[in-house]
Design a protein around this ligand. Sequence first.
Ligand code: GLN
Length: 195
Amino acid sequence: MKVGVLALQGDFREHLDMLHKCGVQAVEVRKPEQLAGLAGLIIPGGESTTIGRLADAHGLLPAIRERVGQGMGVFGTCAGLVLLAREIVGGTEIEGRPQPLLGFMDITAHRNAFGRQRESFEADLTVPALGPEPVRAVFIRAPFIAAAGPGVQVLAEWDGKIVLARQGRFLACAFHPELTDDPRLHRYFLERVLA
Ligand code: GLN
């Protein structure tokens, strides 16, 4: 199985390392042609405005939409969650236009939503889909999912806020699983979401 990581900005290297650890072929994606043959794509954490603007400038937004139409799955972490959302709260305008989104999931992402004093923190999350052992979640100026449509499966909440959700071939996570050495969420994407 070949999986790509959008490598325009943010912590894509850590995702590539995690994919290698899971034993799949992992490639950096910077150009539309690099999406060919991918079963899945990871959109990393970073700045959703920057990633969206660069993806737009490289012609990647229509190319990703086309590959998704052909069955590619997408896992968005943190800024990647924002890009997967259909709606956002706290979005930024870029040159007078709303920041670009892919909008594959019926969710509203609230950007930078945990507030200043807890902008970055770690927590032990209960994620029943990954087993009884809690997941150490690293939140860095993280969004949360403020609203989710009926087709969205909530996989974890923190402090009453949705921080991990799945809708069909799409997985969105508010924290940074690539910054720990626990590969369970990447495996879940590879073995359950892309299967
Ligand atoms: N606050 C960032 C954004 O909205 C996301 C932060 C992150 O990816 N760690 O783009």
